[in-house]
Write a protein that binds this ligand. Structure first.
Ligand SMILES: [Zn+2]
Length: 215
């Protein structure tokens, strides 16, 4: 049975927060909760889903500014996951000050992902793939059974993530997208951190940053 995925568009930067549940067991996870994520927690509750963790693709503030609100709505602590290379960025509040924002970051992530790790969500399995370049420790979560990737700010429909001012690297980002995403089947669904969903096949053809340059 596949995942059931509910997107929410939240916060001042219109972040896509995803609530994903394993249909077989009702085990659920909240990915990149922005401000307003309490609504996603209440949605999970109304469906009888068991929210087990928060997974962050990376530590820009607009992808975790709703963690504390989500935990408050839930009323109990659950693990917050992040790739360790993004912890310094998280401790700097994810660049919120640059946007003139004040955020409550919530508890420091204690579930530290490793590249290539397989995460369990009920009977579903998702792979952690490391794609640095937007931030140093940006990961995506790939469900082979659903042919779906929660890809954060690595890639968008027709664009790619702007390298972070202090730690981004455009060439590494493009290289990582080619290695970890364009290697997937064309009909793989890409669920980005901002804007509409797309597919590997569409981006392979149309994304101006990823077209093979004629030599
Ligand atoms: Zn970002």
């Amino acid at each position: 049975m596949p995942l059931e995925i509910i997107p929410f568009i939240l916060g001042p930067l219109n972040t896509n927060t995803y609530l994903a549940a394993d249909r077989a067991t009702g085990s659920a996870v909240l990915i990149d909760p922005a401000e307003g994520a309490g609504d996603a927690v209440r949605e999970a509750g109304s469906r009888g889903w068991d929210l087990q963790a928060v997974w962050l693709t990376h530590a820009h503030f607009d992808h975790f500014s709703g963690v504390q609100e989500a935990l408050d709505a839930l009323g109990r602590p659950i693990p917050v996951g992040l790739y360790p290379l993004d912890l310094p960025l998280w401790r700097g509040k994810g660049g919120a000050a640059r946007f003139g924002m004040e955020i409550d970051p919530g508890p420091e992530p204690g579930l530290l992902f490793t590249a290539g790790e397989e995460l369990s969500l009920g009977e579903s399995r998702l792979n952690v793939r490391l794609i640095p370049g937007h931030t140093s420790g940006h990961v995506v979560f790939y469900s082979p059974a659903d042919r779906t990737v929660f890809c954060g700010d690595v890639i968008f429909a027709g664009s790619i993530g702007r390298p972070d001012r202090t730690e981004g690297d455009f060439d590494r980002l493009v290289e990582g997208i080619r290695r970890e995403l364009l290697s997937l089947p064309d009909d793989t669904r890409l669920l980005p951190g901002h804007g509409p969903a797309t597919t590997v096949g569409r981006e392979r053809l149309d994304n101006p940053y990823l077209r093979q340059r004629a030599s």
